[in-house]
Design a protein around this ligand. Structure first.
Ligand code: FES
Ligand SMILES: [Fe+2]
Length: 327
């Protein structure tokens, strides 16, 4: 999905040394300039293609590990050691860069057309902040992006896929609503015993999920606890996911968030991962499914996805094939 901010790295992982990673099908190098601002550029050196993430930052510029060419944050080559400092540098010797911003303890990359006025970081008021009271974990999954988002919108898998952690949880999802408001999918459902009666307003497990299309998920548990899951494609087959819990409990909030993240990442998510990784086809269209009433949120997501892909196809030249995954 173009024209979207995607998180690509936790802020705290970006220090003095350049970091190499693959996101959105590109091999990237991330580093910080002299002011500490994050920079994201293509990792292949424009000279002869060495991996710039093996280089170092010198005087606020990125130095290639191979022949020492240096690149400024805006991409221009500022030094060619073998030519000496007196010789002019050819103007086409530039590294391609991406617009990045920092917020909520994450480095976000603008994936789309570079414009004067970019939209602000998405949902920066809604998503739980990093820091005291919060805990964050990141996962790399061998699951395509759309499948990850499908899993994030699924409520009725819980009593089956996670039955070990929810013994006796009801399997009827009722009431259940899914609606679209702008780019936000709102779903709310109650998992309860199928007692043949309308819901009494008390029984069962109430869950509320909001998704800011395409990749931001917000969950509420009671008054105090919020969780987010954000997905960024690594390439066509792999996805990077950030989980964060924040608890408003006085003093113990951080501990609660830590416990919830550990439970999620160690116990719950591996069960989802195994199912999503092996689901076929890996790149489904809506017609490949036989969706039921409880999948209404997923149906909305795929409808938006297909509509946007179609709109992008009409306006964009064909994208180059994504590179293979690593890290
Ligand atoms: S490949 Fe980077 S300086 Fe030669
Ligand atoms: Fe799950």
């Amino acid at each position: 999905m173009r024209d979207t901010w995607y998180p690509v790295l936790e802020s705290k992982r970006l220090g003095r040394r350049p970091v190499g990673l693959t996101r959105l099908g590109r091999r990237l190098v991330l580093w910080r300039d002299a002011q500490g601002r994050p920079v994201a550029q293509e990792a292949a050196c424009p000279h002869r293609g060495a991996d710039l993430s093996r280089g170092r930052v010198v005087n606020g510029c990125l130095e290639c590990p191979y022949h020492g060419l240096r690149f400024a944050a805006e991409g221009a080559c500022v030094r060619v050691p073998c030519d000496g400092d007196a010789r002019p540098i050819r103007a086409d010797l530039r590294v391609k860069g991406y617009v990045v911003r920092e917020g909520l303890g994450l480095v976000w990359l603008w994936w789309g057309e570079e414009r004067e006025e970019l939209s602000p970081l998405p949902w920066s008021q809604e998503l739980p902040e990093a820091g005291a009271g919060a805990c964050t974990a990141t996962l790399t999954w061998n699951v395509p992006f759309a499948r990850v988002m499908e899993g994030n919108l699924d409520l009725h898998h819980f009593p089956f896929a996670h039955r070990r952690w929810a013994p006796g949880m009801g399997t009827l999802l009722d009431p259940y609503t899914a609606r679209l408001e702008g780019d936000v999918i709102h779903t709310r459902g109650v998992l309860r015993e199928d007692d043949g009666k309308p819901w009494n307003g008390r029984s069962g497990f109430v869950a509320e999920i909001r998704v800011l299309f395409p990749h931001l998920v917000l969950l509420h548990f009671g008054e105090l606890t919020r969780a987010m899951a954000v997905a960024t494609p690594i390439d066509a087959e792999n996805t990077w996911v950030v989980f964060r819990y924040r608890s408003g409990l006085p003093l113990l909030g951080g501990l609660v968030a830590w416990f919830l993240v550990r439970t999620e990442v160690r116990l719950i998510q591996p069960e989802d991962y195994a199912l999503l990784r092996d689901s076929e086809p890996r790149h489904p269209a809506r017609e490949d499914f036989h969706l039921v009433r409880a999948d209404a949120g997923i149906a909305l997501w795929y409808r938006l996805y297909e509509r946007r892909l179609e709109a992008q196809r009409r306006t964009l030249p064909p994208a180059p094939a994504p590179t293979a995954a690593s890290g």
